[in-house]
Design a protein around this ligand. Sequence first.
Ligand code: SF4
Length: 449
Amino acid sequence: MAREGLTINPAKTCQPIGAMYAALGIHGCLPHSHGSQGCCSYHRSTLTRHYKEPVMAATSSFTEGASVFGGQANLLQAIETIFTVYDPDIIAVHSTCLSETIGDDLQQITKKAKDDGKIPEGKYVIYASTPSFVGSHITGYANMVTGMAEQFSVSTGEKKEQINIIAGWMEPSDMREIKRLSKEMGVKIVLFPDTSDVLDAPQTGKHELYPKGGVTVSELQSSGDSICSLALGCISAEPAAIALEKKHKVPFETLDMPIGLSATDRFVMSLSKAAGVAVPAEITAERGRLVDVMADMEQYFHGKKVALFGDPDHLIPLTEFLLDLNMKPVHIVSGTPGQRFDKRMQEILERAPYANFKNGLNADMFLLHQWIKNEPVDLLIGNTYGKYIARDEDIPFIRFGFPILDRIGHSYFPNVGYSGSLRLVEKILSALMDRQDRTCLEEKFELVM
Ligand code: SF4
């Protein structure tokens, strides 16, 4: 009988984690969790474990009283205290299961804070509703990024020669790479959110509560005057692009996150077209190096079966890239619900009608493990939680996505763009070749591969 009412080891985490991560991508912003201390501690510690950086956030510290009568008084007090003691430029408030269940209205409370003079001149409080009993960390991320677009953007009536790039959930290293590619192409962009130089800040011997990175308020405000927006991810980035279109008529294009050859090609071509610039020779050379390695090593990729799990905006281009490598993505699982994922995956998997894919409530790690037992794979790709399956089934495993709690590198080396894709190719190849070296027959053990 099909399992319907039970999730076992979900392939996702909770909404506020995404909202907290997105908020860290605004310069001088302190994320604020409107709920109990436990939620905030969990969210902070998950981000800290993934980024190996101290993640700061405040909480409304609900106790029994707030849980019964509502958390307005707590939030108003928190806003006053935070601006007095920690002096951020912005507080980004997100809700939690508890405050959503009580029915706290963040828009009304933040308006009251302003009316009561609790928000100093030149400072801001933004908010996003992130009830964790629906969606996932990706939904929470999308909600906070949409909040940034809705609550900061203004339109002066004069267009600016710049393009908004709305980052779906990606690593600081990926955001840095998007900025590098845009600079290489000579395109002025407003990238938001931008966690580079926030969660990958260098050691200077001095702790900065607000590191130098992050999109600035004036950049966010100017997003209403941009020529257009490119949303990198139909689930985690597109809602913010829609908000900008509705509010300021900024046209947008939704792209897959530029992971792999085809998705990066589409990103580079869209940016080139939107900005009216040619693709520079250096980027063409980067592409050429990736294609060369893909062709040279094709025999190692060909026909290898892969299981992958994680976040929808990662899985879509990653699956496409595996197919471009002539690999066989056979099992694909995402805990984040949403029909956009279904639709886009169906399009990509026209080339792979054999693949199992599922997202939403029952798409969990247990299901993935069952699928792998029924049809074994040569490679597993996903976040740290995959290590249990990899160990049980003795499968080469590449860590990719969120959270990665037991390795480093994801904050520093990108997976997007041609060079990020080259790194992915290297990781896949190393995992497969290490396995071959470890298990092949003595007479097949080769020095040169
Ligand atoms: S699922 Fe809800 S209660 Fe649990 S940590 Fe997340 S917001 Fe808090």
